[in-house]
Each structure stands twice: as structure tokens, then as C-alpha cells.
Design a protein around this ligand. Sequence first.
Ligand code: ZN
Ligand code: ZN
Length: 262
Amino acid sequence: MVYAVWLAGLGVLFWILERIWPRHPEQPLFRTGLISDLAYVIFNAHVLGMILAALTTGLIESWDSLLTARGWKDSFYLGFMREQPFWLQFLVLLLVFDFLQWCIHNLLHRVGWLWEFHKVHHSIVDMDWIGDWRFHWGEIFVYRGLLYVPAAFFGFRGEVMFWVGVANTLIGHFAHANLSWKIGALRYLINSPEMHIWHHNHPDDGPINRNFGITLSVWDWVFGTAHIPAHDPAHLGFDGIERYPKQLPGQWLAPFARLIGR
Ligand SMILES: [Zn+2]
Ligand SMILES: [Zn+2]
């Protein structure tokens, strides 16, 4: 089944769950920024992949020819995992990539110019599963760029990457969902709404730079950045959010405008 079908199915599933068990029942169905966020879903989940594939195919082919010409190809593409069974590749890919994504997410918060791009994701004030897809395309270049070398080193098969992608989408939608579920001891392993909402809190409501986990929460517990109070933050966002653009075009331009000092 193609990824777009999974994406649509998971979207419908979480839309229904949010109606039955809402975390914040007062949140309107047509919340602020909904149309703009649906445009993010289409662009980030579908169009961006096609653009990246078109851009990177030529680049990777040139890089491969260079490695072959120098006789370095076998030492670069070790294909460490290529012959391993599916379940082992799935587990290793999930664990290794999720840890690296946790590290990259830390960088997005702690390096000034990267934060300007990541602010787009934190500009959401009413949380739901659709918010999982509100992020600047610039972030994808950072993630893909930094994950390329480990991916080449391990040499995972395409179908493993696909199923890890589906698992990441499932947990990503769950963690952002306006859903009242609590997951007990599983919260030490996977990301959840009660945890991720405290990644989005406004600085006036509590400590920031907590709960960096994307799919797994275990890294935050190990490295001391986990934070789950019994209540939810009253406000989401960051200092100055009231002056931040509310729709996609302004949000795409915001990091560039900030970086050139306008
Ligand atoms: Zn973040
Ligand atoms: Zn988030």
C-alpha cells in the first residue's frame, strides 16, 4: 500500500478518535490555522518527497560516480544491515534514526538560525494530529542531510524504511493528537499527547527545551529532559508568537526574513 493511503487512513482514524476522546473538548473543529495546516500536510507529506527525490537523485548519482572513480564505494556503503532479517532492520532503523532525530531536534532548539526554521512547528496554539505536519521544509534538509551518512553506512532495505516511516507517522499523529488517552508505563518508551504537549508549552507556563522525543520518549528519560506534569500547559507557543505569521506563506518566509534582519 502506498504511503499516501496510510497517511489518509491514519488521518481519518485520529480525526475520529479526537472526536470521541478529546483532550480539550473546548477546542473548535475549525481551529485557527486549520486550512493552512492541511496545505502543510499535502506539501510536507507528499509534494516535498517528490521534489527531494528529483533534486537528490542527480546529486547522489554524481556522488556515487565520484566514489566509484576513486575506489571508495565499498568503504562508504558498508551495507552493514542489508542481509539482516526484516524485524532486526526495522528495530535498528527505528532506534538509531530516532536517537539521531532526537539529537537533531535538540539542535533545532539550541542553534539560533535553526530555531528560526523550527519556530514554524511551535507556532501551533491548538494542538491536534494535523499539527504533526506543520513544519518548515528547511527542517527536512537538515534531517535528511544529517541522516544520509548513517543510512549509507547501514544500508537498510527500502521496505524497512517504508514501514519505519509508517510507524513514525502513527506515533507522530498520536503524540500531537487532541486525545485524552494516557498510556501508563508505555510513556517511558513512546511519545504521547501528555508528553508532547509539554514540548510545545509557552515559556510563561513552565520550563522549555523538554521532551525532544520524536517517536520514542526513552531518550528524554535517559538524558533528563523528560517533563510530564499532571496538568496541561495553559498556552502553547513561544515569546512573540502574537506577532508571528498565522498562515503558511508568511511562515515559510519568516526564517529568511529574520536571518536577513527584516
Ligand atoms: Zn521542537
Ligand atoms: Zn510537535
